[in-house]
Ligand binder design. Structure first.
Ligand code: SF4
Length: 402
């Protein structure tokens, strides 16, 4: 079995009681069957507490005021302190590690939903490298489409390589990756996987970015129009299951900070150029870009690499490669837009800091990435909403930071 991890993987250490947003509160912690069995057999004081602290019918820990029954006032886990690491269930043992399984290969990443992991992912200034190691043990996947998987793996390698070409504007890099996924999806749909190699050669050829950049000129929006489009994308949050109770108010607050002057609205989409409409957003956007352009390019790259590495090859199971990339683009755009709101909330006087973008990324990830329902809803929206059509996304990407 080949294991692949990003190079920063081993840097992660849980900061436990010092964590500003513990992972043991705000969402349900599901218990795997093996751990449930262990908990059922536990005796003494800890056994009694386990018996009372688990919703056995729902296979999860009980919560009090939204906090896990074992989370104490110092934000430390009593189950860990009293029973040792061996008493943790699989969710708690593995979090914030995320595993994707393929035949002969396991890919493990850190999740942005953990603040400390987000600090490592977004604080990484060098291009991410992926480290592989072979270990004994195989699992067989009877219906695994290995041919499709190899095409996805090669195309992902090219995508990550493109995303990391820092001599190019980040908007061009992301646009190329989106267009590549779009073109590749067509070949998947037509059953022409044999034609994928030619496509990859075309996108990887010398001069490809320059040729692509020449075509991108028509996909540009002014800041005011872009604000309207971004507010439209913010609409996805209203369609998702709420995981953390304070999320709706939190995200509404960010939306108000960004668009309260009426930037968005149907009239604007119809091409209305109403005098003051959107002026506030446009001015804030310009100031935001002036102050933060360099760091935004870095964070856009790292977010895209994170999403592409984590989700793209999962298309081997559903054939939806393009949706995975649209999901990556949506996540990157929304997190950076949330970061702009946080910058405004902080007075818009100092450049966006790592902690600000960590806040945006971990809040987004906690709501969107940790619910199968939400992941499915996002897939449905990126696959059907007009706002996620190729041309519309290219227009919004063009103003991501340049
Ligand atoms: S969110 Fe991350 S750093 Fe915080 S308690 Fe959980 S694993 Fe530890």
């Amino acid at each position: 079995m080949i294991y692949t991890v990003p190079h920063y993987y081993k840097e992660f250490r849980c900061i436990a009681g010092d964590c500003g947003d513990t992972c043991c509160a705000g969402w349900q912690i599901m218990i795997d069957d093996k751990s449930l069995e262990k908990y059922r057999k536990a005796s003494g004081g800890l056994g009694n507490r386990l018996a009372n602290s688990i919703r056995w019918d729902e296979k999860r820990f009980r919560q009090y005021a939204g906090r896990c029954a074992f989370l104490n006032d110092d934000n430390l886990c009593d189950l860990y302190s009293e029973g040792g690491p061996g008493m943790l269930c699989r969710t708690c043992r593995e979090y914030p590690r995320h595993t994707e399984e393929f035949e002969g290969c396991r890919e493990i990443s850190l999740s942005l939903s953990c603040e400390e992991a987000a600090r490592i992912i977004l604080g990484c200034e060098e291009p991410v490298r992926f480290v592989t190691k072979e270990r004994p043990g195989e699992e067989s996947y009877p219906d695994f489409d290995f041919f499709l998987y190899t095409k996805l793996a090669y195309s992902r390698e090219l995508m990550i390589g493109l995303l990391q070409r820092r001599e190019l504007p980040v908007s061009l890099r992301i646009s190329m990756v989106l267009a590549l996924a779009h073109d590749l999806q067509r070949r998947i749909g037509r059953g022409e996987l044999f034609a994928v190699d030619g496509l990859l050669s075309r996108y990887g050829a010398p001069g490809a970015p320059e040729r692509f950049a020449a075509k991108l000129g028509k996909y540009r929006l002014d800041a005011r129009e872009r604000g309207g489009r971004m507010q439209e994308l913010f609409g996805v949050f209203g369609e998702l299951e709420v995981l953390k109770k304070d999320w709706p108010e939190y995200v509404k607050g960010l939306e108000r900070l960004l668009y309260a002057d009426g930037t968005a609205g149907s009239a604007r989409y119809a091409g209305c150029t109403g005098s003051a409409e959107g002026a506030g957003y446009a001015a804030s956007r310009r100031a935001f870009l002036e102050q933060n352009q360099r760091s935004l390019a870095l964070w856009a790259e790292q977010l895209m690499v994170y999403f592409v590495f984590t989700y793209y090859c999962g298309a081997v199971y559903d054939g939806r490669a393009y949706e995975k990339i649209r999901f990556a683009v949506a996540g990157t755009l929304l997190i950076l837009e949330m970061a702009q709101a946080i910058w405004q909330r902080n007075g818009a006087v100092r450049p966006l800091g790592l902690e600000d973008v960590v806040e945006a990324a971990h809040r987004y990830s906690k709501e969107v990435e940790h619910s199968d329902d939400n992941l499915r809803s996002m897939e449905r929206m990126v696959g059907s909403w007009d706002a996620f059509r190729l041309e519309r996304l290219l227009e919004v990407i063009s103003g991501i930071c340049d």
